[in-house]
Ligand binder design. Structure first.
Ligand code: SF4
Length: 503
């Protein structure tokens, strides 16, 4: 029984799997295959970029008994050095392989008719793969947490087949689904049933990944890390700092020589409601994580009308308080050159009730944060994607292109670049930058991290190595820098081996 997993990449509100990230999907699928009796050597894994570059892989797929394609982007993104699978490519695979192919992941929410076929898993792809291989009836179902426990460990070794290995960031799941009773209009996370993993299961998975060679981890697969293992109270729920301590301590014990431990996704509403518990959690994170960490907060809008009409949770005053708390605990500089933990803010356009005033409200919020001397590590400005299963689904909201792009430029100029100058002032040594591409007289690189800054390093350096560099200048989300220390890696005057567009 030979199987091939094609990683077409995923990007969801609470899960990233575009290189250098590896999402839990292919790992769990590999685990489900092995759990069902497949020999690890018969489970093949390729990314879609690998497949495009190496036509020979098609031959391996032709000879396989089962082909599983993971894909789906439910948030818009732009990626460096990676191109997610297209609907057309998926359609071509379905046409070529029909009954021996299974497609799944967030792509199940696609509107494209080519995907409305019996080969697309409507629920969890890994569960469907397992049922197929164990010859049970192959109906769509959600996986059980007891299965995730086994599959996450058994499939961990698949990361060694990733073309970027060992320089990959393992996205780790703690829970999925949104625990709120009413949901934000645009979000696809509530389409998953809420299910939470046990702390020791997550730690066991990290151990298995670490033993397979993983050194970079992000606890990113959940909508709000601070709410993991929240405690039921008479009036609702409250965060459990002890559980977060146990999780982080366990991870550090399981992966003692890890190089990066970052987080993703924090709901600012949790901080507002429970500031003391949240402060304690933030301190715990800083105790165990690695610096340069980002607590990305889904603010989405500070226009009261948009907040109401889309059922968002936080108003501008709340956002400022949440930003203050993370800055208070996390703005101290860490040993890799960047502050320990800073907040990020996501803003979304194309929501119900939006008007020209929305842009003004959002800019005012950011200006107030800036004037208070607070730092944001990242401001993510996006257009909402629509899925018919969400309340925003069929709504038509016109985004005035000119206004949107002008607004984005204003935020970059007035807020982002000045903040970046404070986050990484000239002369700051940024450590462990992985060189990825050449552009003109620069080498482009990033730290393997959550929301890494793009570093444009003077000179043509060998690719695929780690260098340290001193900051010489700033632009939007990127820094220019000169290499320090390991100067032997510089190959001055040699021809660029690879070029990237867009820089
Ligand atoms: S709080 Fe809103 S954005 Fe966050 S997971 Fe729930 S529905 Fe999605």
């Amino acid at each position: 029984m030979r199987s091939v997993i094609i990683d077409g990449y995923v990007d969801e509100p609470a899960c990233l799997g575009v290189p250098p990230y590896t999402s839990p999907y292919p790992r769990y699928i590999a685990g489900a295959m092995i759990d069902a009796g497949a020999k690890p050597r018969d489970v093949h894994y390729y990314t879609i970029d690998q497949l495009r570059a190496e036509p020979g892989i098609i031959g391996i797929m032709d000879r396989a008994d089962l082909i599983v394609v993971v894909a789906g982007l439910t948030v818009p993104g732009r990626y460096l050095n990676a191109k997610p699978i297209t609907i057309r490519e998926v359609g071509d695979f379905i046409a070529r392989y029909n009954e021996k192919i299974l497609v799944g992941g967030p792509i199940r929410l696609s509107h494209e008719s080519v995907l409305r076929s019996e080969y697309v898993a409507e629920k969890d792809l890994e569960a469907r793969v397992f049922d197929r291989l164990t010859e049970k009836s192959e109906t769509d179902r959600w996986r059980r947490t007891s299965e995730v426990k086994r599959w996450s460990v058994k499939g961990a070794q698949i990361i060694q087949r990733h073309p970027h290995f060992p320089h990959i960031m393992c996205e780790i799941e703690t829970y999925r689904g949104c625990p709120r009773e009413r949901h934000c209009s645009f979000c696809t996370e509530p389409l998953y049933p809420h299910s939470s993993r046990e702390i020791h299961d997550v730690v066991d998975e990290v151990r298995a990944l670490y033993e397979s060679g993983a050194r970079y981890f992000r606890i990113g697969r959940q909508p709000d890390l601070f709410s993991y293992k929240r405690i039921e109270t008479n009036s609702g729920f409250k965060p459990d700092p002890t559980a977060i301590e146990k999780l982080y301590r366990g991870i550090r014990r399981a992966a003692p020589e890890l190089k990066v431990l970052h987080m993703d996704n924090l709901n600012p509403a949790t901080i507002i409601e429970y500031p003391d518990e949240s402060r304690e959690i933030a301190k715990t994170i800083i105790k165990y994580h690695t610096p340069g960490d980002v607590a990305a907060m889904g603010v989405e809008s500070s226009d009261p009308r948009v907040i109401r009409e889309n059922n968002l949770q936080v108003y501008p005053e709340d956002v400022i308080k949440a930003v203050e708390l993370i800055n208070e605990v996390g703005s101290i500089r860490g040993e890799n050159g960047l502050p320990e933990l800073l907040p990020g803010i996501n803003l979304l356009y194309g929501l119900k009730g939006e008007s020209k005033r929305t842009y003004q409200h959002n800019l005012e919020l950011l200006q107030r944060i800036h004037e208070k001397g607070l730092l944001l590590r990242r401001i993510n400005i996006r257009k909402a994607m629509r899925f018919k299963e969400t309340p925003l689904g069929e709504t038509k909201v016109h985004i005035e292109k000119k206004l949107f792009y002008h607004h984005r430029e204003t935020i970059k100029r007035r807020i982002e670049v000045p903040m970046l100058k404070e986050i990484a002032p000239k002369g700051t040594i940024i450590k462990e930058i992985l060189t990825e591409a050449h552009h003109g007289r620069f080498t482009l690189g990033r730290q393997i991290a959550s929301y890494p800054l793009l570093i444009k390093i003077e000179g043509i350096l060998k690719l695929g190595i780690f260098v340290d560099a001193a900051v010489t200048g700033h632009s939007h989300r990127s820094l220019t820098a000169i290499p320090v220390g390991r100067m032997r890696n510089i190959e001055v005057g040699s021809e660029p081996t690879h070029r990237l567009s867009g820089y």
